[in-house]
Design a protein around this ligand. Structure first.
Ligand SMILES: NC(=O)c1ccc[n+]([C@@H]2O[C@H](COP(=O)([O-])OP(=O)(O)OC[C@H]3O[C@@H](n4cnc5c(N)ncnc54)[C@H](OP(=O)(O)O)[C@@H]3O)[C@@H](O)[C@H]2O)c1
Length: 396
């Protein structure tokens, strides 16, 4: 990814990772170019981005946004609509790297299309590996594609293992901030509101991952992501709560040595690394001042209060389409929580219910993964409806 200008297609350019990626590009105009951008509903921002970066084409999924983007910048750039538009751009030959930063399952098929087109992938969309890790790993090796993580934890692991023999890794330790509700009991969590859950102590991110961080599902998804990225079993992946978010993760080696990667919590740094790997291009991001930070602390995650982490380990150990079921149920549950239809603790209950009731199978074809996703979504959505009916009856 390092020689010459890295020409990018930024999928989800209007989101948190997309905006951070464009800031990295602004700071390094010689190293990176923008050829394609995509957005969903934020037409206003996408239009601004088109004026600034002049992409060859954009794709927009939300129908109202398509109309707005076409009428504002249809003369300046080609505008593709819907999921087909995402695929059209992903398959284009004239870019080097897809920045895969859509949120949720929606990122899977565009990422698969880009891999099949031989593009390198800078991956933020962890859900792609969670639901289809086996398929993605196979496709990457078939097409000679580099899949480089943007997630700060996985970027940290990559930086720790660079130059080390693969067999020497004995354990991965993912750090977790613990989110806004660290230290609370399960009972105390039943009445927390979306507004409270959206206030992450260290990171500013999209709403879905912010809720995932509050439930610790984000860490669970990262355990599954680490399994596929680094070929490490669930038993050799630990999670430790580190509220300062300075150590982004650690690797223990077979001789007992442990390497950690540290840095200020700023997603531009792992994005920059994913886009310049295996080089290190100089960057003017904030520097770490250890004396100012003073203390780094660590504690065990509380899986009684935050069962989503345990559920993700269970799904990884169960294998097949269990992680796809976990992910789909989580997407439905998080949306329902943000919508006021489900309590915070109801998120884990719904996921557990879905894992118990939706049958898992092999996850070796996209069709199987999509079928599991669809089945889990419809099961979870029916449960939400049932809960809404019960609430109405109780109120009456
Ligand atoms: N944010 C972080 O710091 C961070 C860190 C590590 C990993 N990640 C991962 O990166 C991914 C993106 O996170 P984010 O925080 O950037 O999310 P976000 O701010 O919600 O942005 C999501 C992007 O995807 C677009 N989008 C949403 N639904 C879509 C759909 N159905 N079809 C096509 N496009 C759609 C959005 O468009 P509109 O905004 O135009 O609607 C936006 O561009 C997630 O998988 C997350 O877990 C994020």
């Amino acid at each position: 990814m390092s020689s010459g200008t890295n020409i990018l297609a930024v999928f989800g350019s209007t989101g948190s990772i997309g905006r951070n990626t464009l800031e990295v590009v602004r700071r390094h105009p010689d190293a990176f170019g923008i050829r394609y951008l995509t957005g969903n509903s934020n037409a206003e921002l996408l239009i601004e981005q088109v004026h600034e970066f002049r992409p060859a084409a954009v794709a927009v999924t939300d129908p109202a946004a398509v109309t707005a983007v076409k009428s504002a910048v249809g003369e300046l750039t080609e505008v593709f609509a819907g999921e087909d538009g995402l695929m059209e751009i992903a398959a284009r030959s004239d870019y080097d790297t897809m920045v895969s930063s859509l949120v949720g399952f929606a990122g899977l098929l565009p990422t698969v299309t880009a891999i099949r087109a031989g593009k390198n992938i800078a991956l933020a969309n962890k859900e792609t590996l969670v639901v289809a890790g086996e398929i993605i790993s196979r496709l990457c090796s078939e097409h000679g594609v580099q899949l480089l993580p943007i997630d700060s934890e996985h970027s940290a692991i990559l930086q720790c293992i660079v130059g080390e023999p693969g067999h020497s890794v004995s354990r991965i330790v993912l750090t977790a901030s613990g989110g806004p509700f660290r230290g609370r009991s399960h009972d105390e969590l039943s009445a927390v509101t979306p507004e409270q859950a959206l206030r992450h102590p260290n990171w500013s991110m999209g709403s879905k991952i912010t809720i995932d961080s509050a439930t610790l599902m984000n860490k669970g998804l990262e355990v599954i992501e680490a399994h596929w990225l680094f070929s490490v079993d669930a038993d050799a992946i630990d999670v430790v709560v580190h509220p300062q978010s300075i150590i982004h993760s650690m690797v223990e080696f077979s001789d007992g040595s442990v390497k950690a990667q540290l840095g200020v919590p700023d997603m531009k740094i792992p994005i920059h690394y994913a886009l310049t790997w295996p080089d290190r291009l100089a960057g003017d991001y904030d520097r770490l001042n250890m004396a100012e930070i003073g203390t780094l602390t660590f504690e065990e995650p509380d899986t009684e209060a935050f069962p989503c982490l345990r559920l993700a380990y269970d799904a990884l150990r169960a294998g097949g389409t269990a992680p796809a079921i976990l992910n789909a149920a989580n997407e439905i549950a998080v949306a329902a929580f943000l919508d006021g239809q489900l309590s915070f603790t109801g998120i884990a209950d719904l996921i557990e219910d879905s894992l118990q009731n939706v049958t898992a199978g092999q996850a070796d074809t996209l069709e199987a993964v999509i079928a599991a996703d669809t089945a889990a979504r419809s099961f979870a959505a029916a449960q939400i409806e049932h809960i809404a009916e019960l609430n109405t009856t109780t109120r009456v």
